[in-house]
Design a binder for this molecule. Sequence first.
Ligand code: COA
Length: 145
Amino acid sequence: MNIKVEQIKTWQHYAYAAYVRTLVFIQEQNCPAKNEFDPLEDEAMHFLCWVNDELAGTARCRILEGQTGKIERIAVLKHCRGQGAGRALVLHIESILKRMPDISFIVMSAQDHALPFYEKLGYQVIGAGYMEEGIAHHKIEMRVK
Ligand code: COA
C-alpha cells in the first residue's frame, strides 16, 4: 500500500478536495452545504491523500491566534477507509505544525464517532461535548512542545 499526502497547490487539486468533502460531509453526513465551504477556506492550508495513486482523502489546517494549529475537515472517501489514509493526513499536518516554532498545541473539533481514531493518534478530549451541524462533537488537543 502506497500512501502519499501532499499540500494542495493548484485549483485542480482544490477541486478534488471539494469533491471529497461534498461526498463525505454534505452527502454522507448531511451537513449543510452553505457551511461546508466557509470564509476560512482562503486562510487554510489544504491537503490531499492518495492511496496507490488514487484520490482517498483530504483535510485542512489553520493557525489560530496564539500557539495553536487546528486541523479541520478530515474526510476519507468511504471505500478508502481503514487503510491508513486518515492517520497519514493527520501525521503529515502534524509534522508541518511541529516545525513551526510558535506552535505548542494542535486542536480539533472531533466528531464523537471518530474519537477512538484521534485517541490512537495521541489526542485527549477536553471539556464537555457539544453539537455542531447536528453531530455530537468534543474538542480534542495534543501538546507538541
Ligand atoms: N472508530 C474506531 N477506530 C477507528 C475509527 C473509528 N471511527 N476510524 C479509524 N479508526 C482506527 C483504525 O482502525 C486504525 O487503527 P489501527 O492503527 O489500530 O489500525 C486507526 O484508527 C487509523 O485509521 P485510518 O485507516 O487511518 O482511518 P481512516 O482512513 O478510515 O479515516 C476518518 C478515519 C474518521 C477520517 C474516516 O472514517 C472519515 O473520513 N469519516 C467520515 C468523515 C469524518 O467523520 N471525519 C472526521 C470529522 S472529526
